[in-house]
Design a protein around this ligand. Structure first.
Ligand SMILES: NC(=O)c1ccc[n+]([C@@H]2O[C@H](COP(=O)([O-])OP(=O)(O)OC[C@H]3O[C@@H](n4cnc5c(N)ncnc54)[C@H](OP(=O)(O)O)[C@@H]3O)[C@@H](O)[C@H]2O)c1
Length: 240
C-alpha cells in the first residue's frame, strides 16, 4: 500500500488522481481549501486523510507536510495539482489576478515540493509529480502570467529532477492540453478534450513507469513542438 499526498485534490485532475489511488487501496492525504469537497471523497473511501490549506499561505506548508507524512507513516508519492487560471481580457493587466496565479501555480508548488525533496533525498527514494501545462511552453497574448507561472513551474521541476535523479528520486512534469474540468468550463474553441479521470489514469501510469515529462494526452506533443518552432515575428501576430 503506497502512501500519497495530493495537493489540489478537491476537484478536477487532482480529485481523480486521489480517487484512482484510493481505488487501488493506497493511503491518500487530500489537501485543498474546499473541505466539503474533500469530505465527499473521503466519505466514499477508507484510508483517507483530509487537510484544509490555502497554498498561498506558504508558511503553513512545511508544518502541514510534516504532519501528513507523520499521519501517513511515510510517503511514496506527492502530486501537486493546485492551479488557478483567471479569465484575462485582451487589454487587461491585473496585478491582483496575476500575483495569485503565480502564488498558486508556482510559489505554492515550491513551498510543498521543496519539503518533499528534503524528505526524499534523505530516504533515497520517492516520486514528485506536478501539473504544469502546455500553456507554459510559450508566452502568448491570452494570459501572460498563467503562461509565465507554468513556465516557471516547468523549469523548477526540471531543476529538481536534475538534482534528485542521482539520488534515486523521480520527478514528473505533466503538461496537459485541454481537460474537462471546472477550469475549462465555458471556454470556447476547446478540442481533443478528455475527462479528468482519463487524464488521471495517464498521469498515474506515467508515474509508475518513472516517466519524466509528458503531454496529456500524448498527441499534444506534436502541437507543442510546432508552437515552439514558430518564429517570434510570426508568433506575435497569432492569437494562440
Ligand atoms: N483543465 C485543463 O485543461 C488544464 C490544462 C493544463 C493544465 N491544467 C492544470 O491542471 C491543474 C488542475 O486543474 P483542473 O483542471 O483539475 O482544475 P480544477 O478542477 O479547477 O482544480 C484546481 C484545484 O486547485 C485547487 N486550488 C486552487 N486554488 C488553491 C489554493 N489557493 N489553495 C489550495 N488549492 C487550490 C482547487 O482546490 P480548492 O479550490 O478547493 O482550494 C482544486 O482542487 C492546475 O494546475 C491547472 O493549471 C489544467
Amino acid at each position: 500500500m503506497k502512501k500519497i499526498i495530493v495537493i489540489g485534490a478537491s476537484s478536477g485532475i487532482g480529485a481523480e488522481i486521489a480517487k484512482e489511488h484510493l481505488k487501488k487501496g493506497n493511503q491518500v492525504a487530500l489537501v485543498a481549501r474546499r473541505e466539503d469537497e474533500l469530505k465527499k471523497i473521503s466519505s466514499e473511501f477508507k484510508n483517507t486523510i483530509i487537510l484544509k490549506q490555502d497554498v498561498k499561505k506558504f508558511n503553513e506548508s512545511k508544518k502541514n507536510f510534516l504532519e501528513l507524512v507523520n499521519r501517513l507513516g511515510g510517503l511514496d508519492e506527492i502530486y501537486y495539482c493546485s492551479g488557478v487560471m483567471y479569465k484575462i481580457s485582451p487589454d487587461e493587466f491585473s496585478t491582483d489576478k496575476d500575483l495569485e496565479m503565480i502564488d498558486v501555480n508556482f510559489s505554492g508548488a515550491v513551498a510543498w515540493l521543496n519539503e518533499a525533496a528534503i524528505l526524499f533525498q534523505n530516504l533515497g527514494k520517492g516520486k514528485i509529480i506536478a501539473i504544469s501545462s502546455i500553456a507554459g511552453d510559450r508566452g502568448r497574448v491570452g494570459n501572460p502570467v498563467y503562461n509565465s507561472a507554468k513556465a516557471a513551474l516547468t523549469t523548477y521541476l526540471e531543476a529538481l529532477r536534475n538534482r534528485l535523479a542521482r539520488k534515486g528520486i523521480t520527478v514528473l512534469t505533466v503538461k496537459p492540453g485541454f481537460i474537462d474540468t471546472d477550469m475549462t468550463k465555458g471556454m470556447k474553441g476547446l478540442f481533443w478534450l478528455i475527462s479528468a479521470n482519463d487524464a488521471a489514469k495517464i498521469i498515474i501510469q506515467a508515474t509508475d513507469k518513472n516517466k519524466e515529462d509528458i503531454y496529456v494526452p500524448a498527441r499534444w506533443w506534436f502541437v507543442a513542438t510546432i508552437i515552439k518552432l514558430i518564429p517570434n515575428f510570426i508568433f506575435k501576430k497569432l492569437n494562440v
